[in-house]
Design a protein around this ligand. Sequence first.
Ligand SMILES: *Cc1c(COP(=O)(O)O)cnc(C)c1O
Length: 532
Amino acid sequence: MEPNGTPDENASYRYLSTRGEDTGFSFEEVVLNSVAPDGGLYIPEEIPRATAWESWRNLTFPELAFEIMSLYISPSEIPPADLRDIIARSYSTFRSPEITPLVRLREKHHLLELFHGPTFASKDIASQFLGNLLEYFLIRKNESKTSTAADRHHLTFVGATRGDAGSAAMYGLRGKRDISVVVMFPEGQIAPVQEAQITTVPDENISSLAVDGTFEDCQNILRSLRADRQANEDFDLVSSRNWAQILAQIVLYFYSYFALTKQSASFKLGDKIRFVVPTGKFGSILAGYFALHMGLPIEKLVIATNENDILDRFWRTGRYEKQRPGRVGPSGAVLGSGLRKTLSPAMDVLTSHNFERLLWFLACEFASSAGMDHYWNQRQASQEVCKWFRELDEKGSFGPVYRDVIRCARREFESERITDEQTLDTIRAFYRHSGYVLDPHSAVGAAATVRSIYRTRGVIHHISFSTAHPAKFSDTIVRALQGEEGFSVEDKVLAAEFADLEKREKKVTPMENDWQKVREYIRARRGHGGIA
Ligand SMILES: *Cc1c(COP(=O)(O)O)cnc(C)c1O
């Protein structure tokens, strides 16, 4: 998508909302607000071309992150030295010197390990960076204010989690001044390692609530708080919609591409590659779309979903449709809303909110065939997105979208749906083949990769994302590998770091399933200054 008007070299520093005609948001506004005032998501007005990308081959992870992020952040907003410092601090918390090591699983199949951060899951890549960015902007806003001033800028994040997103947000924001975090989780219903991570963060500004209810109850509480918030702007909601989280993940595509040129004799700079990404809210894979349009030679981005397959169905039919409540598949229990509980819970979604960002770009590309100017195309795209999402709200679905829109989507993406049975089989198959233990999310990606390699007749290299450490889902690993030769959870799965987790002091507040009680709790925490 190229603008028809005069190219403005800084358009990628400015942001617009997918639902509005407003443009010209600064990076700082985008990061501090997460969601645009009209309910849309922020995207850069233009995707920058990385003309010198090949010269980045030998950069370290932080150096590469700096080059990529500099194309999206004006140096007048964050001076280069400050940006370097934010990046360095964000990735110094990782246990691997390579941050995200690439390992070879089989011929043409490489696995990008994204679980070497503080919470052992891919969300750390984005959350560590976002936490430092938020802190940076708040320090700057509060510079001239005394520590007790009533007009200090303060962010209170409230979220509901089943595990990964909540703990990554807590570890990204722990100890940050002027930020507080309250995370709800369904008591007794998340994996023990996840619960231990969420309930043992010692920092004053972080709290966890064990809600007497299901994950859906937690989400309903959040919904009530959000509705209430319109009348009462006193806190924000943890958001996986924040643009900075997409930005941070663009780095992964370039970094692993370069790593492969060094690790594989048959892969050269300039060769085409396929990425396969276990997908829920469409954040990680959307970052791949940006990498592709910046100029990285990506042949296809392969979406791997579990049985919550709204995206897979969109790619097949052009319809975006929440599952009807009450439908039960052969292998899965169905929750009230139609959400299916699977072995890869971080991907159990009814809708994928970052998909809205891709839809905007597809609509914009479609609009550009009318031959009008770039601003007209942008406005058309926003109007189209508004129309689609109004339909989604009203009817639970939209589409089929125009044939050209789905054609554009299929040109750059493919999609695979993996069942729980196939997930277990994949964990077993890779263990038998190479002794490698995949967590269930990574196994969804690996299963999709096997299909893609087969379809492309083994001529193209694939990098699939490994998004969590297997120890976080040890029950599923045991179910898949119990009785396999040489397998024991202690040796093959549990990392030393986890043993220590169980011993740490717990800090958790039991909470009734009542949104007004949660609101009281949040207000009291702010009131008595426990959050500073
Ligand atoms: C969040 C998450 C995913 C999916 O990423 P999205 O950006 O939501 O598509 C996959 N695996 C794990 C372990 C995750 O935590």
